[in-house]
Ligand binder design. Structure first.
Ligand code: DLL
Length: 433
């Protein structure tokens, strides 16, 4: 079902006119309300009057997550603080998270976008949907929740962390749809299989996202659970889940271009790429009130297809994600920057900045191992002290990153060192093929 046919199927010409008008209005508002942007635009020699059409977007300066960090928490607000009704946050590169603020209208538009995504996946008001994303400060839980309610479906707000309860309720409440990360859904499939319960579920649809996944994972989910699985993309900075979602054609994720203006840029030269070329996705919010973003560099590498989809929608499609233009990892749906681990280590006396992160996927669960060189003296001391230090490091990483790592302490020089840029990460999951 197409939830908002007037918008999702509008002609590209009409869309360009709408985008141009919204872009102009947005830039004008931002220029007058946010000092940071005004200064940036002045430095670039651009005024709101210069931005009239979609093509004019290239005249605008980029925004990066460093800008969000530097203006933490309220520096980029484009409305009075009293207009904000919700805050979410996502990991930053070091200790401080990125904080994003939503007005009531932002929450409504976000809900509409998620509703479009769920309708795209075939979910209707007759469905019973379990939301298995975390509810705070992550955007997944409340984002999926409001979208499903807006659709009129019945929502069970499971959140994360209790697979047994999720399975019990899935069966008892005759759940027909689920929103969670794809790796978690595979974990649920495994648990159902182990208990011989697959035949007892009424599940038909899944809307999975928050982390990269492959067609092979989709195949497995669909076959093992006998359902249809759809991919949903988003990021906290833009709103959360519901920036884009794939339709039954599975030929890319339709991005809701009436609200988000996408571009693909070269991450080095920052020049706009041609349609279909691989590069970094960059998004300008067209309707966001609370914290609008101009040319936000998502760091996600992909390409865009603009031809009309067989489902009838005209909105551009984000193609397979090819990784990131920075070093962010998504582990168990949580964004992790190696610099956060480094930051955590600084807080524990006796550790060194020499660490190595290994990420893998074992039985559909992401593993997160961190080896750290510690001072020699710990190896001559009693084992108890080494164990205490290990627990401290594990705790510091958990506090900073938000997920638990398996920590191994090693002697000085046990890890690979290099003359040039030391490699700190090995990601053994094959998620971009
Ligand atoms: O992950 C929002 C979300 C929640 C999306 C639930 C979908 C479902 P962040 O925590 O800010 O927001 O992480 C955003 O996660 O830039 C991508 O690198 C990655 N990501 C999100 N969805 C997908 C996806 C949420 N479907 C970052 N495929 C993004 C690949 C994804 N990567």
């Amino acid at each position: 079902m197409i939830w908002n046919e007037a918008k999702e199927c509008m002609s590209r010409d009409e869309l360009a006119v709408l985008q141009g008008a919204r872009l102009h209005k947005q830039v004008d508002r931002i220029y007058h309300n946010v000092e940071f942007y005004r200064k940036k635009m002045q430095a670039a020699g651009v005024e709101p009057g210069d931005i009239q059409t979609v093509e004019d977007v290239t005249k605008l300066p980029f925004t990066t997550y460093a800008d969000l960090r530097d203006n933490y928490p309220y520096g980029l607000l484009a409305v009075p603080r009293s207009e904000i009704v919700r805050v979410h946050a996502s990991s930053g590169t070091t200790g401080k998270p990125k904080v994003l603020c939503y007005t009531r209208r932002d929450v409504e538009i976000w809900s509409e976008c998620v509703t479009r995504a769920m309708a795209m996946a075939g979910i209707t008001r007759d469905d019973i949907i379990q939301v298995g994303y975390g509810y705070g400060l992550f955007t997944g839980g409340l984002g999926a929740h409001y979208g499903a309610e807006n659709l009129g479906a019945m929502v069970i707000p499971m959140s994360t962390g209790n697979t047994k309860k999720l399975i019990d309720m899935m069966i008892d409440c005759e759940v027909t749809a689920i929103a969670c990360t794809p790796s978690y859904l595979l974990h649920v499939a495994e648990a159902l299989e182990e208990q011989n319960l697959v035949g007892k579920i009424k599940l038909k649809y899944a809307v999975c996202g928050a982390e990269p996944w492959t067609d092979a994972m989709r195949d497995q989910i669909e076959k093992r659970l006998g359902i249809k699985a759809y991919d949903i993309y988003g990021l906290t900075e833009i709103l959360g889940p519901g920036v884009a979602c794939d339709c039954s054609a599975h030929k890319g994720l339709h991005i809701y271009e009436d609200h988000f203006l996408p571009e693909i840029i070269d991450p080095d030269s920052l020049e706009q790429k041609e349609h279909g070329e691989l590069g970094e996705l960059c998004i300008t919010t067209l309707t966001k009130e609370g914290m609008p973003l101009l040319r936000y560099r998502t760091r996600d590498l992909t390409s865009l297809e603009y031809d009309k989809c067989e489902c009838g929608r005209t909105m551009a499609r984000i193609q397979r994600f090819r990784g990131r233009s920075d070093d962010m990892l998504v582990i168990r749906g949580v964004n992790v920057f190696p610099s956060q681990v480094e930051h955590a280590l600084l807080t524990v006396a006796g550790t060194t900045p020499n660490y190595f992160i290994t990420v893998d996927r074992v039985n559909n669960n992401d593993t997160f191992d961190v080896a750290i060189e510690v001072e020699e003296r710990f190896f001559s001391d009693e084992v108890k002290k080494l164990e205490k230090l290990r627990a401290e490091v594990e705790d510091a990483i958990h506090q900073t990153v938000g997920i638990k790592a398996k920590v191994k302490l090693v002697e000085p020089n046990a890890l690979p060192h290099s003359e040039g840029k030391t490699k700190h990460v090995e990601d053994r999951r094959k998620l971009t093929e």
